[in-house]
Design a protein around this ligand. Sequence first.
Ligand SMILES: C[S@@+](CC[C@H](N)C(=O)[O-])C[C@H]1O[C@@H](n2cnc3c(N)ncnc32)[C@H](O)[C@@H]1O
Length: 208
Amino acid sequence: MPIGPVIRRLFGRHEHRVAALFRAFFFDINDYKRRLQTWASAPQRILEVGCGEGAVTEALAEIYPGAEIMAIDITPSVGRLYRGSTQRVRFQQVTVEEVARDRPGEFDLVVFSDVIHHVPEALRREVLDAARRSLGPGGLLVLKDWEPRRTPIHWLCHACDRWLTGDRVSHLTSGEMSALLSSVSFRPLSQDVRLRPWANNFALLAHA
Ligand SMILES: C[S@@+](CC[C@H](N)C(=O)[O-])C[C@H]1O[C@@H](n2cnc3c(N)ncnc32)[C@H](O)[C@@H]1O
């Protein structure tokens, strides 16, 4: 069992706040919210892939109060720490391939936040292709990830990802991620957008 969940549960009722502080050290979620709103002003049906325990889902529910949000992950703890509105937000432990099969073309925004570096390389095209098939005409993909660099902050991030989650993470550059998206017929639309506080954080916008 990875040590991350064990350590986190030791914080008891403070876990939500500690998790937010830990994230903030690597990634400014408010900067991400502004970026999402710039790129997708009023999506109605959002699919969040790899939502984990629900931190970004909370941000999505806050900035898109009129949207229906389906938040999915392969982990059984999907949505465990979510504290936002539950009226229009649904968490499910399913794969994006199952969503693409059962609800093709139903979404107008798909969001991936720090997910692809956790997906085994051999499965990444399949996962992204399923995300594309879950989007309707004109649908948008926003993908946030962490770029590898020869810097201490990257080594620290990689070590946390590797040892806290137990996953064999491997990071792509923004250019490599754009190429991967193009290989499954996404049309990248954004320039090289970076998010605070570290330049490793990049976000991409693409059309289905
Ligand atoms: C670093 S966490 C990010 C969680 C969340 N997006 C966030 O930013 O708080 C990476 C997540 O990707 C999920 N994941 C890994 N492979 C996946 C796959 N094939 N499909 C869906 N989720 C996956 C993991 O279970 C984990 O919850």
